[in-house]
Write a protein that binds this ligand. Structure first.
Ligand code: ATP
Ligand code: MG
Length: 300
């Protein structure tokens, strides 16, 4: 019997697109770490939650093997492992716990700009270069398309120019990399963003409690990321029109105004972005003294 680990261990990307936002998100959950000289292991200071800094491809495996309890990785990386297991008829014991709202991209089929794309049937018999053979194969199987997968670990976008493949199945965010290689995205296999991954196996009570605490803090952080506290005064009669301008706001708290029975002061948590245009629209509808305040923490 290995000794029971009473600290939670989270795997995040060491260097790459997700490294900084992942750490920033965990920091905003009140965690901080003492860095080791090799920058591989970070010891949790404010809570018994440690970090392991690794290549993103290793993160799902660290969780399924029980070395780490949680990980932050692109949904594409998790889904690839799930797909490979699925193609072999195996269950997979890690799953997405939360979508984290950064690292957005999609996995798309991109074809040479010179092609006239008519639909998925155009892929029949073609060679498709990708780093995501599992996701691609399941997608092709679902569509009943026979094609050849050319598995590449990087620089997928130059494969057609090198004659290694006819089309690619690659991650796209702005599309600039594809355009620079005379490719154009024609179909999405999935949309991705960074996700918190956890084991499907039960944790021991100490770590289960830590996970629970972390998830509750994370939900608070994610919920208020774009939220603002909006405050203003208005005539009671103007309220219906004002509320119609705030479909993304929570039911407001209404306070009375001293020596003015017809006026109220409102405060509400607004989940969408509060632009100047919205404030001006509210003002035209009778709101006065509009204030937009940042929300730092929230516990449901
Ligand atoms: P590592 O060295 O850790 O293996 P990597 O090169 O595999 O790094 P990055 O390029 O840092 O990984 O990308 C990490 C994740 O960022 C991707 O798996 C994907 O979820 C997301 N991402 C967002 N936009 C893009 C994009 N335009 N291209 C590639 N990945 C993107
Ligand atoms: Mg990688």
């Amino acid at each position: 019997q290995p000794p029971v680990r009473d600290r939670l261990r989270i795997a995040i990307q060491k260097n790459g697109r997700l490294s900084e936002p992942a750490r920033a998100l965990l920091s905003s959950c009140g965690l901080s770490w003492r860095e080791s000289p090799d920058r591989l292991f970070c010891y949790g200071e404010t809570a018994p939650v440690d970090l392991l800094l690794v290549r993103d491809d290793d993160i799902p495996g660290l969780i399924t093997s029980g070395v780490c309890d949680l990980g932050i990785v692109g949904r594409n990386v998790l889904l690839e492992e799930v797909s490979l297991a699925d193609l072999e008829g195996q269950p997979y014991n890690a799953k997405e716990l939360r979508a984290l709202g950064f690292g957005g991209c999609r996995l798309a089929i991109a074809v040479p700009q010179a092609w006239t794309w008519t639909g998925i049937e155009d892929l029949r018999g073609r060679r498709i270069a990708t780093s995501y053979p599992g996701i691609l194969q399941r997608w092709l199987d679902d569509a009943g398309i026979d094609a050849t997968t050319v598995q590449l670990s990087g620089s997928v976008e130059i494969a057609p120019r090198l004659g290694q493949a006819d089309v690619v199945c690659d991650l796209v965010s702005s599309g600039a990399t594809l355009a620079a290689n005379q490719l154009t995205p024609v179909m999405d296999l999935m949309t991705s963003e960074a996700v918190l991954v956890g084991t499907t196996q039960p944790l021991d009570p100490a770590r289960a409690a830590l996970l629970d605490m972390l998830l509750r803090r994370l939900d608070g952080v994610l919920k208020i990321r774009d939220s603002k506290l909006l405050m203003f005064r208005a005539a009671r009669t103007a309220l219906p029109e004002l509320m119609s301008l705030l479909p993304d706001a929570e039911s407001p708290t209404v306070l009375g105004v001293i020596e003015d029975d017809d006026a109220v002061s409102l405060q509400t948590l607004c989940h969408g972005v509060v632009t100047w245009q919205r404030l001006e629209a509210l003002q035209r509808a009778g709101a006065r003294g509009l204030m937009v305040l940042p929300v730092e923490r929230m516990l449901a």
